[in-house]
Design a protein around this ligand. Structure first.
Ligand code: HPA
Length: 279
């Protein structure tokens, strides 16, 4: 039997460490994907807590990934943002991948806004599109809920039939419309990575109903639903997926597109944060 250390005491210890820096109670948790980490630096009334000062908080080994929990305000909304996240493909256990989401919930957040960079495989998609996630395929082969259930966090068999909150999705659509662009909507397939997919894998994923593919998000959303958070997920389609794209995939293309659409993405997040009403 594999050993699964209890998470609830670790989350409590981490929350204690954060509370030595600030007693803010955020309404909304933000997970910022590739190219968006800088958004945390634009929040009002910021308090920055480096991951290294939080017990059990996993730190990414990827060079250039800031690791900070950033508290701040957007309009009336009190937010806490993860600037930097860890991925399964780096070798972290699933419980570490979702640790930050559980911590932000422990600190008070009832809503999760989660973003990522993804390859597009939906019909008519172009690099630079933003896609609201309507549902996901967890193809990582892993779950953050593996092991004995921790009843303090949630139920053994959490419902995933409306994992992405329809009300928040409608709000995101309305914000995009008001800002003059169309937000796409579709299914995100989350894979282990870190190699990009083969064209045959993309054909398979399309057949399975995927419109976007990436290497994050699905475990964090499972953890968020387990503790009862409502979720809005948005993908930045940084490239067309393998076999659809006329050229080879590269991380440079991903970061270049993420940078190009950053302003639009930030506008969407800000609009949603200003207009969402905390439950
Ligand atoms: N595949 C997987 N993950 C990704 C991609 C992709 O094409 N683009 C950005 N992240």
């Amino acid at each position: 039997m594999v050993d699964f250390p209890l998470q609830a005491p670790r989350i409590e210890a981490a929350a204690e460490d954060v509370r030595t820096h600030t007693d803010r109670r955020p309404d909304v948790a933000l997970v910022l994907g590739s190219g968006l980490g800088g958004y945390a630096d634009t929040l009002e009334d910021r308090v920055v807590v480096p991951y290294g000062e939080i017990r059990h908080m996993p730190v990414s080994q990827i060079v250039g990934h800031a690791g900070n929990l950033v508290f701040g305000r957007v309009g009336e909304a009190q937010v806490v943002a993860m600037q930097g996240r860890v991925h399964l493909y780096e070798g972290h256990p699933a419980s570490d991948v979702v640790f930050g989401v559980r911590l932000m919930h422990q600190l008070g957040a009832k809503t999760l806004l989660i973003t990522n960079a993804a390859g597009g495989c939906g019909d008519g998609m172009v690099a630079g599109d933003l896609m609201r996630i309507t549902d996901h395929l967890n193809l990582t082969g892993r779950s953050c809920l593996e092991g004995p259930n921790e009843d303090a966090l949630g139920v053994r068999f959490p419902d995933m039939s409306a994992a992405y909150d329809p009300g928040l999705g409608e709000l995101a659509d309305a914000v995009a419309r008001d800002q003059g662009f169309e937000l796409r909507a579709g299914v995100y397939a989350g894979l282990l990575g870190p190699s990009y997919e083969t064209p045959a894998e993309i054909r398979m994923l399309k057949t399975m109903g995927a419109h976007a593919v990436g290497m994050s998000t699905v475990l964090e959303v499972i953890a968020a639903r387990h503790v009862g958070m409502r979720v809005l997920g948005v993908s930045c389609i940084t490239n067309l997926a393998a076999g659809i794209s006329p050229h080879a995939l590269s991380h440079d293309e991903v970061t270049e597109t993420a940078t190009r659409v950053r302003e639009r993405f930030v506008g969407l997040l800000t609009g949603v944060l200003e207009r969402q009403e905390s439950p």
